[in-house]
Ligand binder design. Sequence first.
Ligand code: ADP
Ligand code: UDP
Length: 235
Amino acid sequence: MIKGNLLYEGKAKCVYETDNPNELLVYFKDDATAGNGAKHGTIQDKGIINNKISTYFFKLLKDRGIKTHFLETVSKREMLIRRLDMIKLEIIVRNIVAGSLVKRLGLPEGTPLAAPIIEYDYKSDELGDPMLNRWHIMALKLASIDEINEIEHISLSVNAIMRELLKAKNVELVDFKLEFGRDKDGTIFLADEISPDNCRFWDADTHEKLDKDRFRQDLGGVEEAYQEMLNRLTM
Ligand code: ADP
Ligand code: UDP
């Protein structure tokens, strides 16, 4: 595999072309942002840890029949992925009230939900990722109704698989964000990353936050929380 041109630099990752037109190389950075880019910082070795944690979850999900973009680990910070036509949506799955839902529903952080909630944000930095529903998605032709149904089905399966695994690690899966894309044949794959950057993980006993909320809320112990999540998954 030959690393080619930089295709895209995002807030947390750089995406490079390779000599195979169907494959891309992702480089995980230590950069961290919050509040749609309002807050910037660095979390030391985050890129290394997020590459490892994402790989761990993608492998787990593959074993459980979920189609993911993960192909192989290339280096500490680099992952080879299937090149996809990305669907411009962030799919958010919630099990426990936290983050923006606290204000929106007026419920205390930590309130368990009777069933998972799926929400959609339009992936647009300029617009500040506004929330959409499936009618917006169809009207804007971001995805078809069949694709939306499939994405919801996969997202709920991912939630069930991750919750079960994390329970054994004494971690609660509060909420998380997924992204999906299509290959040349239109097959839907789970893409992007699954890490403490885009999931809320709480210690099941103490409710200690083991994710990016430590950075967002200036709680300290950010690096330690990312490392702790990696340890719990892999040790
Ligand atoms: P952002 O764009 O939100 O700042 P990142 O820094 O994580 O995010 O950049 C990674 C980019 O790569 C995102 O735009 C994401 O949608 C995109 N991406 C993730 N997986 C794939 C894939 N398999 N094929 C093409 N693009 C992908
Ligand atoms: N999330 C994300 N990227 C975003 C917005 C949210 O990865 O652009 C994740 C976030 O880490 C959390 C979940 O989606 O696990 C729900 O986030 P929420 O809507 O509460 O966002 P907040 O406003 O708290 O960032």
